[in-house]
Design a protein. Structure first.
Length: 91
């Protein structure tokens, strides 16, 4: 089962729960492009939750952070892969 589907199930069970969906990138490319890419990444997840799983868009907030919050080393392939991610934060 995919993560987005699992998140949708939690949201369906917890009707009062709202989420912030935060997109991140690795450090390749410009700061401006990475910020835009991370925002698009978060919006894509939000759109899937709304259009595929019927979650009310008002319960979701999408935010892009670009490359500003890495969780791994951006000089390695594995590290870059870990930094390209989406996080879900209960709000």
């Amino acid at each position: 089962m995919g993560v987005i589907r699992q998140i949708s199930q939690v949201l369906q069970q917890e009707s009062g729960m709202n989420l912030k969906i935060v997109g991140h990138t690795d450090a390749d490319g410009s700061d401006e492009n990475n910020l835009a890419l991370s925002q698009k990444r978060a919006e894509a997840v939000k759109n899937a939750l709304v259009s595929v799983y019927g979650i009310d868009a008002n319960r979701l907030r999408a935010e892009g952070k670009g490359e500003t919050e890495p969780v791994a080393d951006n000089t390695t392939t594995d590290g870059k892969a870990q930094n390209r991610r989406v996080e879900f934060i209960k709000i």
